[in-house]
Design a protein around this ligand. Structure first.
Ligand code: PAF
Length: 251
């Protein structure tokens, strides 16, 4: 597995493998089985797999959340080796943002709702870094988890809007046995909190209406940011033990 830490190394690697099909898994590290499933699907469908590990500062509207985001680089690299990734791209902020984020991608409708309404600027950061990564890695296919449902829709929309020649592959959310959606942030929950947080998923699938789900979640002791039904999906964000958790289910 090759580790590339700068832009030129990434571009040279891609030029070397210009005839192979590339599957790309963008991540912010602290990898878990959900990322593992994305890499495995990419392995099955493409000649070579590239994983990026970059905690993208521009998508954090809350500096405390950015500072608390788990960083486990050595463990992540070992996991990528075990999963059979061919290359890992691990740049720094200075390299990814030579313009200091003066140039950015903005979507002006859906990015302002739900997640976007509660995390101003979040999707500008996501779309900007994803476009930069696509231009560097130039994959045929890129793999995104359905857990970040709104992100997935906006990335698909951006690719269509800018004619980016990348197929976006949506992969089902991977859950703990108790139903809790796997997330890098779960590492910050206590062992008992991780059990309790399973009620998040349970109430999303059982409540008849978003308001009823929100009430049931509050009764469990969660702080509810939003629960919303839209286009056949129920999306929600809660805070629990100081950790922000999101999830979504098909209605
Ligand atoms: O889903 C994530 O981990 C991030 O939002 C992504 C797509 C890697 C962009 O930083």
């Amino acid at each position: 597995m090759e580790l590339m830490k700068d832009i030129q190394a990434m571009q040279s690697w891609r030029n070397k493998y210009c005839t192979e099909s590339i599957g790309f898994v963008p991540t912010m590290g602290a990898l878990h089985a959900g990322h593992g499933a994305l890499v495995e699907q990419a392995r099955r469908e493409c000649d070579l797999v590239v994983v990026s590990i970059f905690v993208n500062p521009t998508q954090f509207n809350d500096g405390g959340d950015f500072a608390a985001y788990p960083v486990e680089s050595e463990r992540d690299l070992q996991l990528c080796r075990e999963l059979g990734a061919d290359a890992v791209f691990m740049p720094t902020r200075a390299l990814m943002y030579p313009d200091d984020y003066r140039y950015r991608v903005t979507e002006e409708q859906e990015a302002l709702q739900w997640e976007g309404a509660h995390r101003p600027g979040h999707f500008d950061g996501v779309l900007t870094v994803v476009l930069k990564l696509f231009l560097l890695v130039r994959p045929q296919k890129a793999y995104f988890g359905e857990k970040d449902w709104q992100q997935l829709q906006l990335v698909k929309g951006m690719v269509d809007a800018f004619f980016v020649p990348v197929e976006i592959v949506a992969c089902p959310t991977v859950r703990d046995d108790n139903g809790l959606a796997l997330s890098s942030r779960n590492a910050r929950l206590s062992a008992s909190g991780r059990q309790k947080a399973a009620a998040f998923y349970r109430h999303l699938i059982t409540a008849a209406e978003p308001d009823a789900a929100a009430d049931a979640l509050r009764a469990e002791g969660f702080e509810v940011e939003y629960v919303a039904d839209t286009e056949g999906r129920r999306m929600a964000a809660i805070h629990f033990e100081g950790v922000r958790l999101i999830d979504n289910v098909a209605l």
